[in-house]
Design a protein around this ligand. Structure first.
Ligand code: GLN
Length: 560
């Protein structure tokens, strides 16, 4: 196994994840099989308990892993399916060490960070890197490891030490270290400053790791003199100093790396001769196509965590993939659900008016997943607006539950209809707690990962969008579901549950046949959307927004 380690210096938020996945893309384009590991030095065992407000979305894998959103980037860029073990956290490592200690596996020894924790990290990396993630058999050729945080953080120290030991045991020929850093520009003269990078490289070297390549982030292209200075002070050949300056869209990043011959430097370091010149035709087309798009479509995103757009990163990416397939630029209008509520008309009238104006100007409405009751009233109003005005609506997970509550209240007259999550006393519990396993233990009651949905009829929009397949496997992350005892009345009222799980008890997809596109899904289709292969539901949603859904469906009637 060959390893490419990507570390970061100076500041966080440099786009280390995009850089690491782009390195993977270029190596894959050279004919190599690539896998990846993300290390998050925080103590949380996984991202499941972390607030999307603070940390961005929780990405969900097929195996039910709740992981850092960077794994979504890897899956999308490399077109792979990762496992929960591809995300290493301090919490997971310590948990495994402590479990071993309790079992007596350390044979009476004092358990220490070095060597026990560092050995656990090394073993984890070595065993996970060989798991095939691209649908082929046998291990990949290269494993890209991204170390989260910035070099010098206290939390990442055991990982740096473990990686140093890994390098020592696998040998220089099998290890390539790329350090991502920032080159700021200061003052009126606009000088590109190398000192922060020098310091962070020095810090890395003090810990026993010397970068083979530097990936310098900057607004404008780096000057030759800046590169020379960096080379001299950081002990990295000029040819190995890559520059990732600002580009119009992230698909340019692999192209930027290729143009600077990053692959040659990496392949040389890894002593890999079997690689071919990188074939990035599809990426070039995608990156350039996107830049040339002029028309856009307005999408209202009515959610709870709208302050940080990373909170819905995969939804935004899925919208992007679907829009590009329709030669459109997405224009996402973020609406804080609570601004739509009646209370806000009194307390913050301006925000209320703006939110409603934005909603009315949108071509379609999306209510994404979420937890807790904040903004729920506003989401219900948005669903009602979309339903009554024939505006395309896509409800994802919480968004589906919202549409059921709204329908029960407005159409069936059940005024207090609600989800058990928001009102435990409701007489009309249209959405209820339906755990697959334990009913008492909060930590493990979530229904997580890939589950099968069977279409109940071929004669519905979603079955047609999924190319008339009989079933679809999508990823889940929820506790509550439509109450199976209420399905009868809801269907009599006109709502149709066209997708159910294998037991027929769990409602997976709803449609409102009297509406051009009113779809709710209990799963999260956004997690499996890929550039060039948009999620069928998102594609249908965008096509409906521009009035082209019917034409598309009749054209693709034979499942082509
Ligand atoms: N809070 C809802 C549930 O637990 C929806 C979850 C979600 O949208 N991911 O079922």
């Amino acid at each position: 196994m060959k390893y490419v380690l990507v570390t970061g210096g100076v500041v966080s938020g440099l786009g280390k994840g995009v850089t690491a996945s782009s390195v993977g893309v270029v190596l894959k384009a050279c004919g190599l099989r690539v896998t990846s590991i993300k290390i998050d030095p925080y103590l949380n065992r996984d991202a499941g308990t972390m607030s999307p407000f603070e940390h961005g979305e929780v990405f969900v894998l097929d195996d039910g892993g709740e992981v850092d959103l960077d794994l979504g980037n890897y899956e999308r860029f490399l077109d792979v399916t990762l496992t929960k073990d591809n995300n290493i956290t301090t919490g997971k490592i310590y948990q495994s060490v402590l479990e071993k200690e309790r079992r007596g596996d350390y044979l009476g020894k004092t358990v220490q960070v070095v060597p026990h924790v560092t050995d656990a990290i090394k073993n984890w990396i070595e065993s996970v890197s060989v798991i095939p993630v691209d649908g082929k058999e046998g291990p990949a050729d290269v494993c890209v490891i991204e170390l989260g945080g910035t070099v010098g953080d206290i939390e990442s120290m055991p990982f740096i030490e473990a990686l140093r030991q890994l390098l020592f045991s696998v040998g220089q020929d099998n290890f390539c270290l790329i350090h991502v850093s920032l080159i700021p520009v200061l003052g009126v003269v606009g000088e590109q400053k190398t000192k922060p990078t020098q310091h962070s490289v020095r810090e890395l070297r003090a810990l026993g790791l010397t970068p083979h390549l530097l990936a310098c982030r900057s607004a404008q292209p780096l000057l030759e003199t800046t590169k020379e200075k960096l080379s001299q002070f950081c002990h990295v050949p000029v040819g190995n100093i890559l520059n990732i300056h600002d580009v119009p869209n992230i698909w340019h990043v692999p192209l930027l790396l290729r143009n600077q011959n990053a692959h040659n430097s990496i392949l040389k370091q890894l002593n890999l001769s079997k690689a071919t010149p990188p074939d990035l035709q599809e990426w070039t087309k995608r990156a350039e196509n996107f830049d040339s798009l002029t028309n856009s479509v307005r999408i209202a995103m009515v959610g709870k965590y709208v302050g940080l757009t990373d909170s819905y990163l995969s939804v935004v990416k899925a919208l992007l993939h679907a829009c590009i397939a329709c030669s459109l630029k997405p224009s996402v209008d973020w609406i804080a659900a609570s601004d739509l509520e009646d209370d806000s008309a009194v307390l913050t009238p301006e925000a209320h008016a703006t939110a409603w104006k934005t909603l009315r100007n949108a071509a379609c409405v999306l209510v994404p997943g979420g937890f807790g009751d904040r903004g729920v009233k506003g989401m219900i109003l948005a669903a009602k607006y979309a339903r009554e005005n024939n505006v395309p609506y896509l409800g994802i997970c919480l968004g589906m539950q919202i549409s059921v509550i709204e329908f029960a209240r407005s159409v069936l007259g059940m005024e207090r209809a609600n989800s058990e999550e928001f009102d435990t006393q409701t007489p009309d519990r249209v959405v209820m707690f339906m755990p697959e396993g334990s009913t008492t233990h909060m930590g493990s009651t979530m229904r997580l990962g890939s589950r099968r949905t069977l279409f109940q009829t071929p004669d519905c929009i979603t079955a047609k969008l999924y190319h008339n397949s009989e079933y679809v496997d999508e990823r889940h992350r929820h506790r509550y579901e439509v109450n199976p005892h209420m399905v009868g009345v809801l269907e009599e009222g006109g709502l149709k549950f066209v997708g159910k799980d294998e037991s027929g008890q769990r409602m997976e997809i709803l449609e409102l046949p009297s509406h051009p596109f009113y779809v709710g899904v209990q799963f999260h289709p956004e997690f499996k959307s890929r550039p060039g292969r948009p999620s069928a539901l998102f594609l249908g949603f965008i096509l409906a927004a521009i009035g082209q859904l019917e034409a598309y469906l009749s054209q693709h009637q034979n499942g082509s």
